[in-house]
Design a protein around this ligand. Structure first.
Ligand SMILES: [Zn+2]
Length: 253
């Protein structure tokens, strides 16, 4: 019975994450066109058919309709399905790793935004301002909470996190070795997770380095953007960052 209950909770969390992912996808698609993404109902961009509620269920609608519009049978972009699965999956991961507390609630917003900015960085090699802006708001909220209610990260550690990576990155950026979006992202995420931004960036560099090596070995020409790897690192750092720091400092004791 406990197992079924846990499974049900995971399903609910998955669907909530996938719904947020679905919404963020609409923002990604409409914001560049300056279309309203809150009041305007979802529609098929091909035949303008307004989607009914049963065409808007994350993941399931896509699978049931075999990835096509019900009205005109045009293929729906796979980006929708990918976003929804990743956002739902990331939120279930956060819940399984951290249980249910205020940090998990923050993760339920942070992780889908990380997925959205990764997809946009892969497609357009730029990280949207509203993504880093959202993470900054989360960071400010976390800092404010830590002032009144001591949490894992002290208020001044949030401020250290803000600058410890982003300042050296800003120098790289000035020298042309790094994009400005990466600097903003490390600043915003650092404000949110404090010291954990250091292992986050290490994870990003290791994963990005391995990936880059594979790309080089396969001799495919591809530009690798750092955003998705930073996103993976930040998610890992958010959950395991302080464990990694503790383990690391334990080695030298
Ligand atoms: Zn259509």
């Amino acid at each position: 019975m406990d197992f079924i209950l846990a499974l049900l909770i995971c399903l609910v969390i998955f669907m909530l994450g996938a719904s947020l992912g679905s919404f963020l996808n609409v923002v990604l698609c409409r914001k560049p066109k300056k279309e309203d993404f809150i009041k305007k109902r979802s529609y098929c961009p091909e035949c303008n058919h307004t989607l009914k509620w049963y065409e808007l269920i994350p993941v399931f609608s896509f699978l049931l309709q075999k990835g096509r519009c019900r009205n005109c049978q045009t293929r729906i972009r796979a980006q929708y399905l990918i976003m929804e699965i990743f956002c739902g999956g990331a939120n279930v991961w956060a819940f399984l790793a951290m249980g249910f507390n205020i940090e998990t609630v923050f993760a339920f917003i942070l992780f889908p935004v990380l997925v959205a900015l990764s997809i946009e960085d892969i497609k357009k090699t730029e990280i949207p301002y509203w993504c880093t802006g959202t993470i900054t708001v989360l960071g400010l909220a976390a800092t404010l909470i830590s002032v009144f209610h001591p949490t894992k990260v002290m208020w001044y550690e949030h401020l250290i996190g803000l600058v410890i990576i982003s300042l050296p990155f800003a120098v790289f950026c000035y020298l042309g070795a790094m994009g400005g979006g990466d600097v903003q992202l490390t600043a915003a995420a650092g404000l949110l997770i404090g010291w954990a931004i250091v292992p986050s960036v290490l994870v990003a560099m290791i994963v990005g380095g391995i990936f880059g090596l594979f790309v080089k070995l396969s001799k495919k020409r591809a530009t690798i953007c750092f955003g998705p790897f930073l996103a993976i690192g930040i998610a890992a750092g958010y959950i395991y960052g302080y464990d990694i720091i503790q383990w690391y400092s334990g080695i030298f004791r």
